[in-house]
Design a protein around this ligand. Structure first.
Ligand SMILES: Nc1ncnc2c1ncn2[C@@H]1O[C@H](COP(=O)(O)OP(=O)(O)OP(=O)(O)O)[C@@H](O)[C@H]1O
Ligand SMILES: [Mg+2]
Length: 341
């Protein structure tokens, strides 16, 4: 034990939220040391990576003869194994100074209900990227821990993690998951819905980054007190030339109403399938929203009104999962039982 501490083995632990949209890394003592988009840009002819993270995200949707950018994860799971490994290796090397020289032990969040093959892909890509050993934790469990919910108590804690690729609804009690469902509709679907809306109503094409920018700037799930609008640049589909339109918050709300409805229904389903005791706990404490998708304006209010339940937004929804991995790593003895593998 003392020998281990002297070698600094326990300082090398690292928590990772390997998300569809963003990857975050937590290390003991230093906190969140990395927060970057899950994106990789490679040279078109030989596949050599030229940018990872923020730099690579800029290339998404921008076709260039030499460079192609993509996201290694889709719907919460690894879709491109080679790119995922390149990305994880690069991210680990960026935080090397706060990890030390020995290979780190890693705790990584995975969506609830992922297959064995999907888990293997995460473990193998992390090991090949330099991890000494890899533990997994279900993302809603990590989000609940990160949001400070009393998961150790015999009471029902409901957490809804709305990420880029997946929305995960879970009810957690006494360190275990009493109910969970993962639906493959979240923030990315909202972006795609905005792209389709603009294409259909304005015969104009916009990129994914532009759609995300619109969503974050003026998107809402519930009518806002102050009207908002913004100018949007894209490509006219009929004439093939650049064009600018003005979009209003009402239009964006209409555009994203379908994915928002799917999220609402998934929460509704959780209540239908949950025993009365747990439902009563949740009615008392409310549900907690985490993940970047929870930041859509008025989503908390919409859920609250439609389902007649108190809704709490996690302090910093984008970091809940990685903070949860950090807490679990620092209290391994207590939390080891919630690890998946
Ligand atoms: N202020 C904001 N308003 C609305 N949406 C936002 C805001 N900030 C981020 N998002 C959205 O949140 C999503 C990313 O959230 P998050 O980082 O929690 O996802 P992830 O963990 O990478 O994905 P997943 O958990 O599905 O694998 C993106 O779709 C992004 O557009
Ligand atoms: Mg996530």
């Amino acid at each position: 034990m003392i020998f281990g501490s002297l070698l600094g083995i326990f300082a090398k632990d690292m928590g990772m939220d390997l998300g569809t949209a963003n990857t975050l890394i937590y290390t003991k003592g230093a906190g969140v040391v990395l927060n970057e988009p899950s994106a990789v840009a490679v040279q078109r002819n030989n596949g050599r990576p030229i940018a990872v993270g923020h730099e690579a995200k800029k290339y998404l949707g921008r076709t260039s003869p030499d460079i192609v950018a993509s996201r290694p994860l889709k719907d919460g799971v690894i879709a491109d194994f080679d790119l995922a490994r390149v990305m994880i290796r690069e991210f680990i090397s960026r935080v090397r100074s706060s990890v030390g020289f020995l290979k780190p032990r890693m705790l990584i969040g995975v969506p609830s209900g992922v297959t064995q093959v999907e888990k293997r892909a995460v473990i193998e890509s992390a090991e090949q990227a330099g991890a000494r050993s890899v533990f997994l934790i279900e993302e809603p469990m990590a989000a609940a821990i990160g949001a400070g919910l009393p998961i150790h108590e015999p009471t029902g804690n409901m957490v809804v993690d709305i990420g880029g690729g997946t929305t995960e609804v879970a009810i957690i009690s006494l360190f275990s998951t009493a109910y969970s469902e993962s639906v493959r509709v979240a923030g990315d679907e909202a972006n795609e819905a905005i792209m389709r809306y603009v294409q259909h109503n304005y015969q104009m094409q916009i990129g994914e980054n532009t759609a995300e920018h619109i969503k974050i700037s003026i998107g809402s799930a519930y009518p806002q007190e102050r009207p908002m609008s913004m100018e949007v640049n894209g490509k006219d589909l009929v004439k093939g030339v650049p064009r600018t339109i003005t979009l209003t918050d009402g239009e964006v709300r209409e555009a994203i109403s379908e994915p928002v409805e799917v999220i609402l229904e998934s929460i509704q389903r959780a209540f239908e399938k949950t025993p009365a005791e747990l439902t009563a706990d949740i009615a008392r404490e409310g549900i907690t929203l985490a993940g970047g998708g929870a930041l859509i304006r008025g989503l908390d209010r919409l859920i609250s009104e439609q389902l007649q339940i108190r809704v709490n937004l996690a302090d910093d929804p984008l970091t809940s999962v990685v903070l949860g991995t950090g807490v679990a790593l620092q209290n391994m003895k207590e939390y080891r039982r919630v690890f998946v593998n």
